[in-house]
Every structure is written in C-alpha cells, then in structure tokens.
Design a protein around this ligand. Structure first.
Ligand code: URA
Length: 230
C-alpha cells in the first residue's frame, strides 16, 4: 500500500496533510524518516510512525454504537445527522457504514464496520439473524397479542412474519426477538395485533449484545471475542 493512503486510512489527515507531514520528516518507516509519500509499504509488517507514534494497522474496524434517537442509519443524509458522523476521526471512518438500519426514532445496538463481507452475511435474508428489541407498548400486552406475535402476523406483505419470541418484562414492556429484517417490522407487527410502539430499543443483533455501559450516542470497538461471535 502507498504510504499516503495508509496514513489517510489511519486518519492522520487528508492526502495533502499527510504528504506535508512526510515532507517535514514527521513520518518514519522502520525507524527511517520516509522520503516520499508515494513509497510502498507493507501495512502488516512495516512499522510506520507518525510523530514518533507507531500506527497499528487493521484492515477492518468494528464498532458497536448505542444509537441515539434522531439520527439516521446511513452514511449520508440531506436532512439529519447520520450515525457515521459520530465516528469521525476513527480509523477507516471514511469507509464505515452501518450494518442494516434502525429507524430514526429507534435507539440501541447498531454495528458499524468497513467489512462488506461480514455485513452481507449478517444481512442475508436466508440467514435469519436474530434481533431482539425492547419494546415499550402503547397498551398492556395481552396473552392473545403474544400468541399472535409468536405464531406470525400478517403485516400486509405476501407472507406473514416468521414466528417471533416474546418475553414479558412488565405489562407494557416486552422483549421481542425476530428473525427477519423487514421494513419497520416491529412497529408493523405491533400495529397488526392492535397494539402500538411507544419506543423501541435494539438490545441484541445475532450473538452480539448491546453493552449497557454505552450511553446513547456512545460507541466502542468490538472486542476480538465479539468479532469472533459474528
Ligand atoms: N423494527 C422497526 O419497526 N424499526 C426498526 O428500526 C427496527 C425494527
């Protein structure tokens, strides 16, 4: 990889800023000041230092975000802030995207990465990756609602939803686990049974669970164990 590309990916600045840093002798490769920004480096074995700090390269980045309300799950949007804007300044931030979407008002677990293959696998409809939502309801949940959600409901599409799992927290808070990712699925399921959603928070995605120490708008990198789980 070219040295300037590497430095940009590591978020050390724009192309012209990193070129300038190389010219000023602020970048060293294996202990020797780099002569030109377009020199080739091996990002996995060469030790690149910027202002005497060694930069550890990783091809992919994985972040868990506790999505705040009011942000759009996209990389660009004309009307609202996007979740990726929260990661500005992180490695690969220019290539990072959210894996799937949460509605603008919905909070909770969102995975962000630049690993397209992983995203593709997790979003593949054939894989039925489980997602669990904490749902605050408009009305107390009834045994009939539970039975219908757990057997699959008609949300106006060709096929009813796959059977979901309901766990009752209080009379108007449930945990709902679904195995698909249809548009506004949870809200439409609750409407279909004559209830409604007051607020929605995703607490798990596949084997990944939301780190409850993250406040809304906060994120952290996944641990190696969490990456393995995915
Ligand atoms: N179901 C919804 O209705 N909205 C979401 O954002 C996710 C699941």
């Amino acid at each position: 990889m070219r040295l300037d590309k590497f430095l940009c990916e590591m978020n050390m600045g724009t192309r012209s800023q990193v070129k300038d840093a190389v010219r000023k002798g602020l970048v060293a490769v294996n202990g020797i000041p780099a002569k030109s920004a377009d020199m080739k480096i091996n990002e996995n074995t060469d030790k690149v230092a910027f202002r005497d700090r060694i930069l550890q390269y990783r091809k992919y980045s994985y972040y868990m975000l506790n999505k705040p309300p009011g942000m759009v799950s996209a990389t660009v949007d004309n009307t609202a802030d996007t979740v990726v804007s929260l990661l500005k300044g992180e490695m690969h931030s220019g290539d990072i995207f959210p894996v799937g979407r949460l509605d603008k008002d919905v909070t909770g677990l969102l995975l962000l990465t630049n690993d397209g293959n992983l995203a593709h696998r997790l979003l593949s409809p054939a894989r039925h990756v489980d997602k669990t939502y904490q749902v605050t309801l408009e009305h107390p949940i009834s045994p009939k609602d539970i039975e219908r959600l757990e057997s699959g409901v008609d949300i106006g599409e060709e096929k009813p939803t796959l059977p979901a799992q309901v766990s009752v927290v209080t009379e108007d808070v449930i945990l709902l686990t679904i195995h698909e990712g249809r548009f506004h699925q949870v809200k439409r399921m609750l409407l279909a049974v004559g209830n409604g959603v007051r607020s929605l928070k995703r607490i798990s995605f596949g084997a990944l669970r939301l780190d409850e120490t993250l406040r809304e708008g906060e994120y952290r990198e996944l641990t190696p164990e969490e990456i393995d789980l995915l």
